[in-house]
Design a protein around this ligand. Structure first.
Ligand SMILES: Cc1cc2nc3c(=O)[nH]c(=O)nc-3n(C[C@H](O)[C@H](O)[C@H](O)COP(=O)(O)OP(=O)(O)OC[C@H]3O[C@@H](n4cnc5c(N)ncnc54)[C@H](O)[C@@H]3O)c2cc1C
Length: 504
């Protein structure tokens, strides 16, 4: 059957609420876990508790997806997340096949006062999507995407990756803004805001959310949109996983490509200082159809690069004309900017951040790129290139925001930083845990020089958060988020996230 007809048929059949995809069932299928006895677990507040065999059997019987316990065949692989630094062992993992499993898992967690981790794509640096001793509510089997090409919308299961959304949407020449690495989870990215190559034209990922299906701490299944539960709809667009577990997203799609004018220009790392300056000058004036990032890479034992990466959504000849001054200012050693498939660009950075390496990052949002900041990051990359440490890759990435992101008022969604025109991230990756302290120390030290230039933080890059940091993350929206938390999650069941603490 034609994909378009197939999707329409599913939409007409009213699949939305508790749709369980074939992929989800396949991913959760396998031997039924044998529950040998009671299981020791950790509570919401860090205490010890015992889950009885009978209670676990009752939970298992209610689920369509698998319940995994320590010692089960799949437990070891499913507790793992993208960041190899995270090595946590949940008391139990619920591999949800759909919203119904999520509701059972939330009820079980609340009734047993368990520590709760929620896993979407499992791609956060913080790794808070897994926990020690608590329940890991794993949405990764809920990986499906249904596009309605006529309505220009996509419905997406909460375990989907960005590549799933792009792949299905681009079949119809459509897309919504999302991140720059296709194996990132859509759920975490969207709930914290979400920015990428289309954001200057069409806003943040969360600006393109029409509705979500969400299970709140009391186990209710709600829809949140401009028409229903408007307070929740406001909060899930930037407020992260504080208010419940989103089981499905509905996005607006836009006409994009499939051919765009874009790709990378590469320079030797020792030209990074000039490349940063060129990037700052170019992005200060670029039209909103043009998106650019700069990435400086210092890989271990190899020559590094400074890379300018572009995505222009307008006429290709005009894109070429816009980039002419850059090509004239500094000749790249590799120039792959050309008409190319949007999807190819969207997957072009995937291999640079494979799962399983040890990662750490720090980041800050900026309204402009001050000369002092550019000097600082150039100095730091010079130092990174000369570091003797074994097998550590250090990257600085500056993503260009502004444009349509700034069309939305700061209080219109929970994501507040509408004035930020740049997101700068310093990211290190290495293989040997012996060097964790050394590498994290180096990165924190480097970031200390960058931080004074930032106006606040993007919650999706945060590794840890205290109240002053959260106040700089949510700024003028913080008190409203606290009020929402008081209403929907007064016991702070969902707190493994940039946590807005309830005050009731
Ligand atoms: C290599 C790399 C590139 C990145 N590039 C970009 C980028 O271009 N643009 C950008 O905006 N961000 C980017 N990010 C940041 C990214 O947005 C976050 O890492 C995000 O948390 C990933 O979502 P996830 O679902 O994969 O993560 P997970 O680890 O699964 O989840 C992170 C947190 O989100 C919450 N959560 C997840 N799913 C749900 C749900 N369904 N309901 C409720 N809460 C949930 C939980 O609190 C969880 O702890 C990048 C990150 C990395 C590591």
């Amino acid at each position: 059957m034609d994909r378009r007809v197939f999707n329409k048929a599913l939409l007409a059949a009213g699949w939305a609420a508790t749709y369980t995809s074939g992929a989800a069932l396949a991913a959760t299928a396998g031997a039924v876990t044998k529950i040998a006895g009671d299981v020791e677990a950790v509570t919401r507040t860090g205490g010890d508790t015992t889950l009885s065999k009978a209670a676990l059997k009752e939970l298992q019987a209610a689920l369509r997806g698998a319940l995994l316990l320590p010692g089960n065949a799949d437990y070891e692989s499913k507790r793992r997340v993208w960041n190899g630094m995270i090595d946590k062992r949940p008391g139990l993992i619920v591999r949800c096949s759909g919203a119904t499993d999520v509701m059972h898992a939330v009820d079980f967690a609340r009734d047993n006062d368990l520590l709760v981790a929620v896993r979407g794509g499992g791609h956060s640096i913080s790794g808070k999507s897994v926990c020690d001793g608590g329940i890991m509510i794993d949405l990764s089997p809920m990986r499906w995407c249904l596009v309605d090409p006529d309505a220009r919308t996509a419905r997406l299961g909460a375990g989907s990756l960005l590549g799933d959304l792009d792949h299905e949407s681009q079949q119809f020449g459509l897309a919504t803004p999302c991140g720059t690495v296709s194996h990132t989870g859509a759920a975490g990215l969207t709930l914290g805001g979400g920015h990428g190559r289309l954001s200057r034209s069409f806003g943040l990922t969360c600006d393109n959310v029409r509705s979500v299906d969400i299970v709140t701490a009391d186990g209710r299944f709600l829809k949140a949109s401009a028409e229903e539960n408007q307070d929740l709809y406001w909060g899930v667009r930037g407020g992260g996983g504080n208010f419940g577990i989103v089981t499905a997203f509905e996005y607006d799609l836009h006409k994009v490509g499939p051919m765009i004018y874009g790709g990378p220009m590469m320079y030797p790392l020792d030209q990074a200082r000039d490349v940063f300056r060129i990037f700052a000058e170019f992005t200060a004036e670029a039209p909103r159809e043009m998106s650019a990032d700069v990435i400086a890479l210092a890989p271990p034992g190899r020559k590094g690069f400074a890379i300018l990466s572009f995505c222009y959504l307008g006429d290709h000849a005009e894109g070429e004309r816009l980039l002419q001054p850059i090509r004239a200012a500094a000749k790249p050693i590799v120039d792959q900017v050309r008409p190319m498939l949007y999807n190819k660009l969207q997957t072009s950075a995937d291999s640079g951040t494979p799962p399983g390496k040890l990662y750490y990052n720090k980041s800050g949002l900026m309204t402009s790129l001050e000369p002092g900041f550019l000097e600082t990051i150039a100095d730091r990359m010079e130092m990174a290139a000369g570091r003797p440490d074994p097998a550590v890759a250090s990257n600085i990435i500056v993503q260009h925001l502004g444009g349509a992101v700034a069309d939305v008022a700061p209080d219109e969604t929970a994501y507040v930083h509408r004035d930020a025109r740049y997101d700068s991230v310093i990211l290190s990756a290495w293989d040997n845990a012996e060097f964790n302290d050394q590498n994290i120390g180096w990165l924190k030290d480097a970031y200390a020089d960058m931080e004074p230039y930032s106006i606040g933080f993007y919650s999706n890059h945060m590794v840890d958060s205290d109240e002053p940091k959260l106040k700089r993350t949510f700024r003028g929206n913080y008190d409203r988020l606290v009020a929402l938390k008081n209403r929907y999650d007064p016991t702070n069941l969902f707190h493994l996230n940039p946590n807005v603490k309830p005050t009731v």
